[in-house]
Design a protein around this ligand. Structure first.
Ligand code: DIR
Ligand code: MN
Ligand code: MN
Ligand code: MN
Length: 299
């Protein structure tokens, strides 16, 4: 397979500095080599240009911190991803999770400027379903899924023109931190979320089966993997660690099963924070997750 790597070194959407170094940490953990060893042809497109927080005004607008530079980076990422040839697998590296407003939009618009239905598998401790009204922080990394489904500030929801994700095409896995009003929005929209309780009770195999069934009719599936879905003991280098996360094996099992399904057409790896990490462990774990999704097998 042809894999194109694109970095979005941005931490403007997060409450804490450091995830702008995520793409660099993942490259240092030999991401390209790991994928080439699986027989893929890998092109690294480099990074999207992102404004430095030190060089710009924080400019909080209507409860949205760093709105304009985030929109610029998301637009650039969406354009670059949408321009990739059909059949290429885009592997996009964050950055805080607001980058996925751009990457998901770009993937949905690839080969069809009007946009297409696409399944979204959101692996995360958080549901990222805040709007400027529900958000306790004003940080845009807590809003991307709501924005993709057309909820929130029109500047965030308008990245794909008239195209929006349908809530029924989204499945979240690993959830254990949801804000009060965010919970109501998520329920109202009807997004399916497998919490950690569900992971404990049902197991990853069953969750994978149900996810495939739910997204049955869709020809493209995008996996957006926030490193904080995994337990902080596995991935300590994340901006917002939440205890009680996915184990190393649960993460790999999900990626292995998704790989066997043959249906995943693109992936994000986001929220790797090298400042808070231990010897690049989190980036190395996430390279392993990408490898499992892209065909690595134990035997
Ligand atoms: C919180 C934190 N729900 C917020 N969210 C995220 O600020 O909206 N942390 N995504 O990684
Ligand atoms: Mn997230
Ligand atoms: Mn998260
Ligand atoms: Mn986040």
């Amino acid at each position: 397979m042809n894999i194109s790597i694109l970095g979005i070194p941005m931490d403007l959407g997060a409450g804490r500095r450091g995830v702008d170094m995520g793409p660099s940490a993942l490259r240092n953990a030999h991401l390209s080599r790991a994928l080439r060893d699986l027989g893929h042809s890998v092109t690294d497109l480099g990074d999207v240009r992102v404004a430095l927080p030190e060089s710009i005004d924080k400019h909080e607008e209507g409860g949205l911190v760093f709105l304009d530079p985030i929109l610029d980076a998301c637009r650039a990422a969406a354009e670059q991803v949408a321009a990739l040839p059909e059949g290429t697998f885009p592997l996009t590296l964050g950055g805080d999770h607001s980058v996925s407003m751009g990457t998901v939009t770009g993937n949905a618009l690839r080969g069809n400027p009007a946009g297409e239905r696409m399944g979204l598998i959101w692996v995360d401790a958080h549901t990222d379903y805040n709007t400027p009204h529900s958000s306790p922080s004003g940080n845009i990394h807590g809003m991307p899924v709501a924005a993709l489904t057309g909820r929130g500030d029109p500047r965030l929801t308008g990245l794909g023109g008239d195209w929006h994700m349908r809530p029924e095409d989204i499945v979240m896995i690993g959830i254990r931190s949801v804000d009060t009003f965010e919970r109501d929005l998520l329920r109202e929209a009807g997004v399916k979320a497998y919490t950690m309780k569900d992971v404990d009770q049902l197991g990853m195999t069953r969750i994978h089966e149900e996810t495939m069934e739910r997204l049955g009719g869709l020809s493209r599936l995008h996996v957006s993997f926030d490193a904080d879905a995994l337990d902080p003991s596995v991935c300590p280098g994340v901006g917002t660690p939440v205890p009680g996360g996915l184990t190393y094996r649960e993460g790999h099992l999900l990626m292995e099963l998704l790989s066997e399904s043959g249906r995943v057409t693109s992936m994000d790896i986001v929220e790797v924070n090298p400042i808070l990490d231990t010897r690049n462990q989190t980036a190395e774990v996430m390279v392993g997750m990408a490898a499992s999704l892209l065909g690595q097998r134990i035997l």
